[in-house]
Design a protein around this ligand. Structure first.
Ligand code: ASP
Ligand code: MG
Length: 609
């Protein structure tokens, strides 16, 4: 007997027939001897309809205070959608003789922050659910809603809150964590998580398994299927999830969580942003300065390194102020130094010079809470600046930020990170990030994602001294701008280029803020480019195989696609390319890693009226 949480999304409960299909699946699960807690969304597009109604009766030019006051009412309104579904589903189960009880967020006591329309879950009281389960009932809970904590007393109030659009996945995983369910099954209208966007690559395949980290790194791909906040909770509390279609009996995709749970059940969604710090002294930095900016250069370099068995760790290519050239920098383990140096120096790719520095270390912070919190990177850079530490290279991914610093600064950097984020140091920098799979047969890449909604900003001629990255990103945080991939490459001219991507909507704001600040900080021009896209490969197993990034670069080189920026982490490689080449880039890379199947995945929900 297992304790199972099943979550059904809007399309799975869109009408009476769909609700009956869901009822039958629940009944089968109970008859097989399991205890079942069900979390549901509003029927079909109900929530969109309610939002439209709210807009129709209210003035679109509201003052901030009126808007805040209306958010309370908005929550009362939106929370009705899910209550319709729980009541109907419970009636449907009772009608076939299955005892069931419907509960809304305040009846269960899904206690949230007192923050209307975007509340985070603090804790879920397991008692009411447990009591009903003990009576042999199926418990049906309204997703997406909770009850606010009273800031004065610290006790639950009677104020209804919602979690933000798409939040019922988050409700389901939070409930699963609180009642220590064996699995949280997410039923939706697609068969699971695919290797890429099937609208671009029709033969994208279904993944049978993916880790939480991979899922989070694939945010732009996965977010359409699963709310990233739900994956954060699953990861922090060791909740096993699976995503499957409510139209099919197929197994779907299992999302595996690390076995050990690091979360605090009293503060489900307000965990530490950063949960690990690691330092790696086994690093040598090699920089190729002013190499020609044309297709095939990165490919040639990293292919040659891979063919000599050199294991490349971090790779960074930033934007250069001089037209037509780039600086490419990477790190490797000390033992590969000789070979890497020979390869880098002998390659005829037209680099002006090659510099080698073995006196470096890589310090990284990891944490799922960094997603959507623009301040974390700035906080890391500031803490390093306050300790007088110069950052030589920066590379970021969704859940990790790495900085290359002088090896002599290592101890001070660790101490600075511990104080800034109040977390323990991990002995092995891979311990928390990977499900240690030594199986070489595992595909190195599980998914390829394309992010089109980004623009790139480059800050040129940034003086190479402590505090510059911190100052720059603090400016952006002050404007509430979320920064995505950040790279800072290495140059030999006492200045660096820092480039990053931001949401297109924020690009003007970011550019203006940084331009205004240039005279004070003494950096050069600030440029922006809206016609770029970011293509990424993700895979927990890429760390066990060399030459993975090289294969990505070659696939692009063969199609004459220029790579304009590169950032890597252990489980992700991202390249910025021209917008008009992005779709072909995605297709080529997907093909390079053999991720397509021989036919398109069927989506039964799409063929039904
Ligand atoms: N009904 C809510 C929404 O559409 C929550 C959800 O479906 O996850 O945003
Ligand atoms: Mg949804």
């Amino acid at each position: 007997m297992a304790l199972i949480v099943q979550k059904y999304g809007g399309s799975s409960v869109a009408d009476a027939d769909r609700i009956k299909a869901v009822r039958d699946r629940i009944k089968r699960t109970v008859d097989a001897g399991n205890q079942v807690v069900v979390v549901v969304s509003a029927m079909g597009k109900t929530t969109d309809g309610l939002v439209a109604l709210a807009n129709a009766v209210s003035n679109s030019h509201l003052s901030l205070s009126t808007m805040a006051a209306q958010e309370r009412e908005m929550d009362l309104l939106l929370a009705t959608g899910e209550q319709v579904t729980i009541a109907l589903l419970s009636m449907a189960l009772q009608a076939v003789g299955q005892p069931a009880i419907a509960m809304n967020g305040s009846q269960v006591r899904v206690v949230t922050e007192a923050n209307h329309t975007r509340a985070r879950i603090l804790y879920v009281e397991p008692e009411a659910i447990q009591a009903a389960l003990n009576l042999g009932k199926v418990v049906i809970v309204a997703g997406f809603q909770g009850v606010a904590v009273d800031p004065q007393t610290g006790k639950p109030s009677t104020e209804i809150t919602t979690l933000g659009r798409g939040g019922s996945d988050t409700s389901a995983v939070a409930i699963a964590a609180a009642i220590k369910a064996d699995i949280c099954e997410i039923y939706t209208d697609v068969p699971g998580i695919l290797t890429t966007d099937p609208r671009i690559v029709p033969k994208a395949q279904l993944l049978t398994e993916i880790t939480c980290d991979e899922m989070l790194e694939l945010a732009s791909l996965g977010a359409k299927v699963l709310h990233p906040r739900s994956v954060e909770i699953a990861r922090n509390f060791g909740v096993k999830m699976c995503v499957r279609s409510s139209w099919l009996e197929d197994a779907g995709t299992v999302i595996t969580a690390p076995r050990l749970s690091t979360g605090n059940l009293e503060a489900l969604e307000v965990n530490r942003f950063v949960e690990g710090i690691s330092i790696d002294y086994d690093q040598v930095k090699i920089a190729l300065l002013q190499v020609p900016d044309r297709p095939g250069i990165a490919s040639q370099l990293f292919q040659s390194l891979a063919s000599q068995g050199v294991n490349v760790d971090l790779i960074i290519q930033a934007v250069q102020e001089t037209e037509g050239v780039n600086d490419i920098a990477f790190t490797i383990p000390q033992s590969h130094l000789q070979m890497a140096e020979v390869v880098s120096r002998s390659l005829e790719i037209g680099a002006r010079s090659v510099t080698v520095d073995s006196n470096v270390a890589k310090i990284s912070i990891v944490g799922v809470g960094m997603i959507g919190r623009p301040g974390v990177a700035a906080q890391m850079f500031s803490a390093l600046a306050d300790a007088g530490i110069n950052i030589q290279m920066i590379s970021t991914s969704e859940i990790k930020i790495s900085c290359v610093i002088a090896a002599n600064d290592g101890e001070a950097a660790i101490a600075a990170m511990q104080t800034a984020f109040n977390v323990p140091v991990q002995s092995s920098h891979r311990a928390c990030e990977f499900s240690q799979s030594t199986d070489d047969h595992h595909a190195p890449v599980c998914g390829v994602a394309l992010d089109r909604h980004r623009a790139r900003i480059a800050v040129e001629q940034v003086p190479d001294r402590p505090g510059m990255a911190a100052e720059i990103f603090e400016q952006l945080v002050a404007q509430n701008i979320s920064i995505d991939t950040i790279v800072q490459s290495q140059s030999d001219r006492d200045v660096n280029e820092i480039a990053f991507t931001v949401a297109i909507a924020d690009v003007d704001k970011a550019e203006t803020a940084l331009k205004n600040y240039a005279p004070i900080l003494g950096y050069g021009a600030v440029t922006s480019d809206r016609h770029i896209c970011k293509v990424s490969i993700v895979g927990a197993n890429m760390v066990h195989q060399s030459g993975i990034a090289a294969r990505m670069f070659s696939a692009l080189a063969e199609a004459d696609i220029n790579i304009e920026m590169i950032a890597t982490s252990e489980i992700k490689v991202s390249c910025v390319v021209r917008e008009h080449q992005a779709e072909s880039a995605l297709k080529l890379i997907h093909q390079e890693f053999g991720l397509s199947g021989d036919r398109a995945i069927e989506v039964p929900s799409a063929t039904k009226p």
